[in-house]
Design a protein around this ligand. Structure first.
Ligand code: AMP
Ligand code: ZN
Length: 479
């Protein structure tokens, strides 16, 4: 197996991946908080995680990925109460939308997608363990984690704890570094709030305990990889470490991977700032799922991704370029034989692609290797140096790249239609198009140019573009 190197926030270094169980990588990803639709900033992080898992699999690893759905937190409780419905009912529509969105973006389903509210017992058991170890205290029915009892507190986010007041605590799930405080593991119910009756009293879990409880339940006490956006390193992941390591006495996570933010006009895209687009906002403006996937994966995850209209246009063109290239490989007639130079060029691209991804999932290098190969192979086709047996080799390489990129399947309309965005008529099936092209060729041969033009027009009216190549063959594509 090729060595895979990843940037570990814990050590601040790029290190070789060394899974606990050889041949298998166990990954936990903090999933969406389902109080609103996810925005494309969130999907930047989810697409990165998708590329990571696809690459690990391509390299021969088994992948066990668990993603949580945070379906209880401060915002959910307040919004559900305001709407006068239960939290399960409130979150249901956002979970459904999330599943539809990840399907549209070709994000693979994790092996386990788990909901916090299905794991209250696991969280209670973990809190009890922390109580037995003397790491907690109770105040007004809420249970807090005493961070001064965990000497490693701050090791992930490198916060300076001097000057932090012992016993000062926070109740909100999210807070900034200046507010490092004892945090709530379990919150006493306030009037009208949703709560569970449990062994540790009535209440509801804090946000952080859910990820410690669910990750260790499914993946064991030491995970290989834990990922999320950079905003999660503090306090969320710091608190997960404090809870998990204090409970088990073992290292919780070997590698922490944090995706940089997607930004818009210099600011983090976020629900609270109100400067966000959901996927559906972009679909309704006519952007395709594959365009957005390309844009999100094109910038390596440790660089901020600046979201612009220009970027969308370029992404759209790039996807077209890849699809047209494969169409050309599949339809053009080449002379018999194979060209060793071409084959070597393809191999070089494959090896650069893998090397790029193995170097901390550098998608920019991986994409450059693909597009450079596309350019060179197109040139060799133009020069007639590309031969018949080179075609299956090039197609196989493109399919291998696509095991990671997942951009070639021309299913944008289908995905959009599923979400109710399709405005165009049903497409003419490929077989019918091929038959019409054959008829047009025959008409041209018998010099019936009128009929040939009629057919071209009919295809054009159905949104199909024809391209007559020099060798007499015809390529087509949907407009
Ligand atoms: P949330 O639903 O807010 O819990 O976020 C889900 C995931 O998206 C987390 O991993 C966040 O860190 C990540 N995230 C939130 N905003 C952004 C952004 N603007 N760019 C990239 N990732 C983000
Ligand atoms: Zn989490």
């Amino acid at each position: 197996m090729r060595e895979i190197r990843l940037h570990n926030t814990l050590t601040g270094r790029v290190e070789p991946l060394n899974p606990v169980h050889p041949g298998e990588v166990r990954i936990y990803t903090c999933g969406p908080t389902v109080y609103a639709s996810a925005h494309i900033g969130n999907f930047r992080t989810f697409v990165f995680q998708d590329i990571l898992r696809r690459f690990l699999r391509l390299q021969g690893y088994r992948v066990m990925q668990v993603m949580n759905v945070t379906d209880v937190d401060d915002r959910i409780i307040h919004s559900a109460a305001a709407a006068g419905i239960g939290i399960r009912e409130f979150t249901e529509k956002y979970i459904k939308a999330f599943l539809e969105d990840i399907d549209a973006l070709h994000i693979e389903m994790p092996e386990e997608l788990v909901r916090a509210t299905d794991h209250i017992d696991d969280m209670v058991a973990l809190i009890e363990k922390l109580q037995q170890k003397g790491l907690t205290y109770t105040s007004d029915g809420s249970i807090y984690y005493r961070i001064s009892k965990f000497p490693d507190y701050g090791k992930l986010s490198k916060i300076d704890l001097t000057g932090i007041q012992a016993g000062a605590r926070v109740d909100v799930d999210q807070y900034d570094k200046e507010n490092a405080r004892d945090f709530a593991l379990w919150k006493a119910p306030k009037p009208g709030e949703h709560f569970w009756e449990t062994r540790i009293g009535p209440g509801r879990p804090g946000w952080h305990i859910e990820c410690s409880a669910m990750s260790m339940k499914y993946l064991g006490e030491t995970l290989d990889i834990h990922t999320g956006g950079v905003d999660l390193a503090f306090p969320h992941h710091e608190n997960e470490i404090a809870q998990s390591e204090a409970a088990t006495g073992k290292p919780f996570v070997r590698m922490w991977l944090h995706a940089e933010h997607l930004i818009i006009e210099g600011q983090k895209m976020s629900k609270s700032l109100g400067n966000f687009y959901t996927l559906r906002d972009l679909f309704s403006k006519g952007h395709k799922p594959s365009t957005i996937r390309f844009l999100l994966l094109s910038v390596p995850y440790r660089r901020q991704l600046n979201f612009t209209e220009d970027g969308l246009t370029q992404a759209r063109n790039s996807v077209e370029r890849l699809r047209n290239f494969v169409a050309r490989l599949k339809t053009e007639q080449f002379q018999a034989g194979s060209n060793l130079e071409v084959q070597k060029r393809i191999e070089q691209a494959e090896s650069e692609f893998d090397a790029g991804l193995a170097n901390d999932i550098n998608t920019a290098i991986a994409l450059a290797s693909v597009f450079d190969m596309v350019r060179d192979v197109n040139t060799s086709m133009d020069r007639k140096a590309f031969l018949q047996q080179d075609a299956p080799r090039a197609i196989a390489a493109m399919e291998r790249f696509d095991a990671i990129l997942s951009l070639l399947a021309d299913d944008d309309d289908e995905k959009l239609a599923k979400l109710g965005f399709s405005t165009r008529k049903a497409r003419m099936p490929a077989a019918e198009i091929e038959a019409l092209i054959a008829e047009r060729q025959a008409a041209k041969k018998s010099r019936d140019f009128k009929r040939a033009d009629e057919i071209r027009q009919k295809l054009a009216d159905s949104g199909i573009l024809l391209e007559d190549s020099k060798d007499g063959t015809v390529r087509w594509k949907y407009k």
